[in-house]
Ligand binder design. Sequence first.
Ligand code: AMP
Length: 467
Amino acid sequence: MSENLYDILAARFPADRAQPCFIRLGEAAISYGDLEVAVAQTAGHLVRKGVGAGDRVALQAPKTWQAVAVYLATLKAGAVFLPLNTAYTPSEVEYFLADAEPALFLTDAEAFVAEAADAPPLETAVACSASDLAAIIYTSGTTGRSKGAMLTHGALTANALALHEAWGFSPDDVLLHALPIFHVHGLFVALHCAFLSGCPMVWLARFEDDAVLEGLAKSTVMMGVPTFYTRLLANPGFTRERASHMRLFVSGSAPLLESTFLEFEERTGQPILERYGMSEAVIITTNPLRGERIAGSVGYPLPGVELRIGGGAETGVIEIRGPSVFSGYWRMPEKTAEEFTADGFFVTGDVGRKDPDGRVWISGRAKDLIISGGYNVYPKEVELVLDELPGVVESAVIGAPHPDFGEGVVAVVIGEGREADLIAQARERLAAYKSPKRVFFVDELPRNAMGKVQKNLLRDRFADAFA
Ligand code: AMP
């Protein structure tokens, strides 16, 4: 039996390949057969271009079904997929390309798949073992340098099978897919569940209210970040009737507010299923499909995942071990060693606790990570950019509650200048979700005895930045 993830997914494609895979509003559907043919040709095209087993294929491209074909073709060719956020600026992309040294960097998946039409199709996937690398997912580092989390065919397969089972996927499902596909949530969690059940997806390029409302009437499962749910609730067109075709709403990537969970349940009669994951392990815990989903809790570890609280106290940093945990940071053996315990648990950096029955609660982040609209922003990276700008002496970047994005990036700056100018200058060098949305000028920053800026005090002081 092949351990190539593509073979494992394709073995579950529907027997009738004419079944739709991507249902697009206002456009013809793409069938499983169309996808399979495109994957074989694109894999053949990759081979023709000299891409071999273990080579990286980087893709920074709009969300299209062809981008999915490039992902699957990369797996099929035994190469390593490297998705890049479409919001990254050229200077950010430069770093990833220098670090990962891909054999190929693609920005137009549609053109690449079209070019592949005359390539000899790769009919049989390149044999690989469970321990071979399938993907590298860059996550920003607290030091400002991004780290590439290495995920194997075996890790992704284990997680996909566990989720497919836990969430009760069947060929009768239709998945509403409105997430980006450069992040583990939309790329692995959502796509793999759909492929393993051979079910169709309502395929939306982005979360856009009207399209989502239309899609919900045709779908049974939606996966989203908390922002999706607050947006739906803000829309009067989102009624109990609208949601009545759906059997499951899943939320993750950032904490779901209890108020959102309760309001959603009141509006639709359905409790959102919250789960917890990260690039380094895909999904770690989930609330139950059958059984109580509790607001504020991320549920139970997936089968096979060992989860413990480090440090011996009731609340502490969550540590995990299991088949879907990543195998280290790309070309950073020392950083990797630092983040694993001697007995092989990965130290997540998230702070939480575990009930005696195994239910997990997350209370915060050990590091000062900001999550804006579901995307991680590491303050250090933004501070490094701000500190280079004329007039800025020093900066401290924090997250403040934001009605739409969960958290918004706020910069507290010692120096001179205008808020609008600093925002514009930062935006030239940083993706929009990382750029400060507010800048406050101060005479000094609060510091502890060790000289470390006390961000908790800043968070309190600027809590109303977006009120
Ligand atoms: P990423 O690597 O971009 O997927 O981000 C992973 C981080 O998102 C985790 O380490 C958590 O801090 C946060 N996260 C993901 N899901 C949840 C959740 N359900 N509740 C709270 N934080 C979450």
